[in-house]
Design a protein around this ligand. Structure first.
Ligand code: SF4
Ligand code: SF4
Ligand code: FES
Length: 917
């Protein structure tokens, strides 16, 4: 720690910071623009000027930029010095010369860092009376609105987009005072993290176009802590609602998970909550003949009918969901019994998940948090296309490649926050990042080495790396010299690293790559290294579901086929995404009663007799377990209309209605509040016991009060329903959490999951976050960053995996069809959001050019593919990163989802629109 003296008061601060961060961490107000806690300092805006004094006797001091000056022990500075204040006032006056002052019509208004800093600096009177510089704005796609006139040239956007997130289609152009931040020409911003520009830009140049479509002022948003449901990483978010419409999602800081940034799927995928496809009433289908529509009935009647049918059923099977909360799955499991609870995922996925769980449970290597991934100094990725399946992890790795080169800056004693100087030292050098996959993306440009091969060959590379690290008898046979040398190079880099990381996942559908990744990590552990492992999973609660445990879908089908059960309850799941359509059809045909609980209509709900409308992530409370094994809580943001309620409550009500007795309720039937649901899940299996620690329980009161979800500045409360009544109704009760759907309540410090939104007087923008940390970039005060449920077993080293696959052999007639995930298109929920739907590409198949020639197909042809009982039309891409003998199939076509890899005879199953003569 360092002691610094600010305006004659002494503060203890972290010594590796700059003075700006130190002052903000100490709770002081100092304006700034270009510095960003995750991106460091460049000293561009001159807004953070302070006076620094040499010693006690120095009365004159000198102006320095706080963001460019280390917080060294004994530093004596003044924020209040008149010269420093005058300097800052003149800086903001220059910056505001061309600013349009259009706050009343600006989407950023009320949450604008520029507004805050203008007020803080005291620039209240505009002296400039001449024409302002104006720009033409660009179309940047469905996510982001552009209004360049508001720019103050802080350069944060271009630093984030290009330096931090690796984007190439955005830059700074122009000269003198006509500096332009945008694309070379109008067009969609291509980078997967473009939405962060909205938060990074301190003014209203980049604003959320999806919010604009149903705009509301930021201070009118009711908000709460949430977890992104769109992939397995569990990024923290803050969704905002007004008038029963979910208006937007913004990043929410969690020091161990997503830090300051999320991906565009997580930010813009929320609009499915408002979709017209939403089911809002309990529905009853008189006959399951494929024609009869399901019609709305009162919820009690529907529940009575469901209970009646279930009472008459020969047995009931419950099918869980990897996208439903632990509590919802536990409720279903409690209702049907553990032996009749099935995980609701395909058999292949089931097996992959079980393998991953065994590795994490029994192995000596811990899984990596996203923060740890960012700090890794050598990374090997086997078989995962991270940019499309776990994008925030890819962003973390873009930072990890700077770790080794930055050591040179450390040697030269250049602080890491001095971004321009560090980048100058680092230049284009990158630390080791080895990517082994079967599709090239721009992310591969940042890798030390790329290896494109079929999954079996990728696994063989992994096993060979493990063998190079920890020489043993089990050598990989028939390895080419090139691959052997590559494996050796990778092994060397991992062994030299201090914090090596190995990543694999379920994305390629390959067991062998998962086992190879574990083998590499375990080999590193054996030689005394401290590696980390990371497995990317398909859904937001895949690991939670696997921890809960249950049978396979095949077993569920078998039980219905053998007439051991004819009642089926499907929880938040479209089974057609996990199994062959014919299999699903046969299953539903054999069942006498099908009850589906979900938030929107799909092929499974179309086969249900009874449909119960489920609350989405923003309408319910729940716990999700991310890819790392971290359990995190999401909270209800608003109360939905209609019959919509949490899935666990539907199960509770169904259990009660089915029960013979209204006394002596047990299991899920006895649950009253969400705390009971959490306890029910915690008691289901011992490994889930700690989910109770994820967030405070509902009984918590602070100074006798609940915590309000609505901000202090929430407006129009009495007028909101004045067209119905002039009386203000009481807020809806919330028996489930310590939070209230209200403006009234406790507003002091609380545990991090209970902070509804980050706000401090004078800090209305996202930058208010600094006021919630003791050290900028560190944990939040009272942070509960989730609870890790799986920690390594240090005692005994597990035995090696012995089933090393044979080299991949292309077949003369058949091609191995491999899954290609898509950031926009592969995930079921976000696909229903209009802005995301606009970014979905047409489905395509990719072949190696040599295979294109073999099949007499040309780039861009439209082809029709018959596969597993479905036909789909696809564009053809010839891509030299597709391994010969394989074909990549983009997973934007629901009919084909999740049943890959599979061998297909493309000569028979493809009908090309135009074959080459
Ligand atoms: S567009 Fe925003 S982030 Fe970019 S330079 Fe201008 S004010 Fe800064
Ligand atoms: S990386 Fe995954 S969890 Fe994070 S915001 Fe994106 S989709 Fe959501
Ligand atoms: S924040 Fe220090 S110069 Fe911009």
């Amino acid at each position: 720690m360092a002691s610094i003296i600010v305006d004659d008061r002494t503060y203890s601060v972290g010594e590796r910071q700059n003075l700006l961060a130190a002052c903000l961490g100490a709770g002081l107000n100092l304006p700034y623009f270009c510095w960003h806690p995750a991106m460091g300092s460049v000293g561009a805006c001159r807004q953070c000027a302070i006076k620094q004094f040499k010693d006690d006797h120095d009365q004159r001091g000198r102006l320095v930029m706080a963001c460019m000056t280390p917080a060294s022990d004994g530093a004596r500075i003044s924020i209040e010095d008149p010269e420093a204040k005058a300097f800052r006032a003149s800086v903001i006056e220059w910056l505001m010369v061309n600013h349009p002052h259009d706050c009343p019509v600006c989407d950023e208004g009320g949450e604008c860092h520029l507004q805050d800093m203008t007020v803080m600096t005291g620039h209240a009177y505009r002296r400039y009376r001449f024409p302002k510089r104006t720009y033409r704005n660009q179309y940047l796609g469905p996510f982001i609105k552009h209004e360049m006139n508001r720019c103050i040239q802080c350069y944060r956007c271009v630093r984030f987009y290009r330096d931090y997130a690796g984007g190439r289609d955005f830059n700074v152009f122009g000269s003198h005072d006509a500096v332009y931040f945008g694309r070379e020409r109008d067009g969609v911003l291509e980078n997967e993290f473009s939405g962060n520009l909205i938060e990074v830009c301190p003014t209203g140049v980049f604003t959320d176009k999806t919010l604009f479509r149903h705009y509301t002022r930021k201070w009118d948003l009711q908000s709460d802590q949430s977890i992104c449901p769109h992939c397995s990483l569990g990024c923290n978010t803050t969704p905002g609602e007004r008038y029963g419409i979910l208006r937007r999602v913004v990043n929410r800081y969690n020091s161990q998970v997503n830090g300051y940034f999320i991906c565009d799927r997580g930010r813009f995928g929320y609009d499915y909550v408002n979709s017209d496809d939403r089911m809002r009433r309990a529905l009853l289908r008189p006959k399951r003949d494929g024609i009869s529509p399901a019609r709305p009935e009162g919820a009690p009647e529907v529940l009575a009918s469901a209970a009646d049918r279930l009472r008459r059923a020969s047995g009931i099977v419950g099918i869980g969901s990897p996208r439903a909360s632990l509590e919802a799955n536990a409720a279903l499991r409690s209702f049907v019994g553990a032996d009749r609870f099935f995980l609701g995922i395909g058999d292949r996925e089931h097996r992959l998940l079980s393998t991953i769980l065994t590795i994490l449970r029994t192995g000596p290597v811990p899984s990596a948090s996203m923060r740890e991934a960012e700090e890794s100094d050598a990374v090997l990725v086997l078989g995962e296309d991270l940019l499309n399946s776990a994008p925030r992890l890819a962003l973390a790795l873009l930072q990890s490649v700077r770790q080794q080169p930055m050591k040179r800056a450390d040697e030269l004693k250049i602080p890491r926050w001095d971004d321009a100087a560090v980048r100058n030292i680092v230049q284009g050098r990158r630390g080791p990042l080895f990517l082994a996959g079967y599709r090239r993306t721009w992310f591969h440009d940042y890798a030390t080495d790329n290896y494109f091969a079929a999954p079996d060959d990728i696994a063989r590379l992994g096993f060979s790396v493990a063998q190079s690290i920890d020489a043993h008898d089990l050598s990989v046979q028939d390895l080419s010299k090139e691959v052997r040398e590559r494996a050796h190079r990778i092994a060397e880099a991992l062994m030299q690293a201090e914090r090596p990381l190995v990543i694999a996942g379920t994305g390629s559908g390959s067991h062998a790559t998962i086992e190879a990744a574990a083998d590499v990590a375990w080999a590193l552990h054996r030689i005394g290294k401290h590696p980390r492992l990371s497995f990317v999973l398909p859904d937001c609660n895949s690991l939670g579901l696997a921890l809960l445990g249950g049978g396979t879908l095949k077993e569920a089908f078998e039980s219905v086929r053998q007439k051991q059960a004819d009642g089926v309850i499907v929880l938040e799941n479209d089974l057609y995404r996990h199994i062959e359509p014919a299999e699903a059809d046969a299953f539903f045909d054999a069942a006498k009663t099908v009850i589906a609980i979900d938030s929107f209509d799909h092929r499974t709900t179309a086969r249900a007799d009874i449909i119960l409308p489920a609350a989405t992530f923003s309408e319910s409370d729940g716990t999700l377990v991310n890819h790392e094994g971290r359990a995190q809580r999401f909270y209800q943001v608003f109360v939905p209309e209609g019959d919509i309620t949490e899935s666990w409550r539907w199960m509770r009500d169904l259990a009660r209605t089915t029960s013979e007795s209204t006394e002596d309720l047990s299991g899920v039937a006895a649950w009253q509040t969400f705390d009971d649901a959490v306890s029910g899940a915690a008691e289901a299996v011992p490994e889930l016991a700690r989910i109770r620690e994820v967030a405070p329980s509902a009984g918590l009161r602070l100074v006798g009060q609940k915590i309000p979800r609505q901000p202090e500045r929430y407006s129009g409360r009495t007028a909101m329903i004045s067209h119905l009544t002039v009386h203000e109704p009481p807020p809806p009760p919330d028996p489930d959490t310590p939070l209230a759907f209200s403006m009234e309540g406790y507003r002091g410090p609380v545990a991090s999951p209970l902070i509804p939104q980050f706000w401090t007087p004078g800090w209305n923008s996202v930058q208010a976050l600094n006021k919630y940390q003791d050290e900028v970039g560190g944990p939040l005060r009272e942070e509960i960053p989730g609870v890790r449920l799986i920690e390594p077993v240090a005692m005994k080293l597990p035995s090696r995996f012995t089933s090393i696959p044979r080299p991949f052999q292309p077949s003369p007639f058949r091609w191995l069809l491999l899954p290609l995930p898509a950031l926009f298109g592969s995930e079921e929920l976000s696909n229903r959001s209009p802005a995301v739907a606009e970014r979905m590409s047409e489905p395509f198949i990719s072949l190696h050019p040599s295979d294109g020639t073999r099949l007499r197909l040309e780039e861009g042809m439209a082809i029709e593919l018959a596969l597993q009982g479905a036909r789909c039309r696809l564009g053809l891409r010839l891509d030299s990163s597709t391994p010969p003998g394989t074909a990549g199939l983009s997973l934007v076509h629901e009919a084909l989802w999740m049943r890959l890899p599979a061998w297909v005879d493309l000569t028979e199953s493809i009908t090309a629109e135009r074959r080459v003569a």
